[in-house]
Design a protein around this ligand. Sequence first.
Ligand code: PDD
Length: 285
Amino acid sequence: MSRIAYVNGRYVPLRDASVNVEDRGYQFADGVYEVCEIRDGRIVDMPRHLARLKRSLGELRIAAPMAPAALEAIIREVIRRNRITYGIVYLQITRGVARRDHAFPTTPVKPAVVVTARSLNFARSEDNAANGIAVVTTPENRWARVDIKSVSLLPNVLAKQAARERGAYEAWFVDRDGVVTEGASSNAWIVTRDGRVVTRPADHSILSGITRTVLFNVLEALQLKLEERPFTLDDVRNAAEAFVTSATQIVMPVVRVDDGQVGDGKVGPVARRLREEFHRFAHFS
Ligand code: PDD
């Protein structure tokens, strides 16, 4: 079955899906995106993703291309046409098509909208989570507004590639003070030896992950202690556990960071439990 994409008003086979070469997303990475998990054919936490999308658009002064309900209908249709039960849906909005000029187009252009979806292998995700992943660290070299979910991801691309070349699955950005900001495509967490679950506050230096936000509710319900504070690589070395969160990974245990094992080098009970419980607290629609 050929995959179907939504591109600027039309549902087209993915192999025929294309955008204008003067799309500002293509030329300047002038656009934003969202990724939602699809589970049992339903969308996980869509209202929160759409709210964050609205915020990202607002921060970049890109006009909303349509009402949220219309966007939601397109997302559902793409999932339906691709018959996804477990996987992801990807939504991208760019400022639109205009003759190349760094400043915004002087006459308003329509934002360009693309939606794709694809299946993921459930068994493989669970297998990864059962074994835990390795992470490498890399100097933080991104711009100061990574709270905006922009498609401008070159440092993230290079970090992820560095991870792959070193046999790891994710890269953590570390700032000049030795503080971990976040992963190339996930938020970073540790669990201290006395059971406190630590993640960095969501200021402008990380993306405020939807999975991260929902996990706060899980922690509260399980009566686990949350500490929203910066943590360093030294804290990671002393931690009992570590994990990352994202719409695609949910809660993914981390068992190695660079050359050191985390805790006893095995998937820990807290990360395992949080992963198991997560979807009881997520919104499905
Ligand atoms: N990435 N931080 C970064 C830099 C991310 O790219 C992501 C998500 C997150 C986690 O956000 P959320 O929990 O809302 O998925 C944090 C998506 C999945 C991606 O780029 O594929």
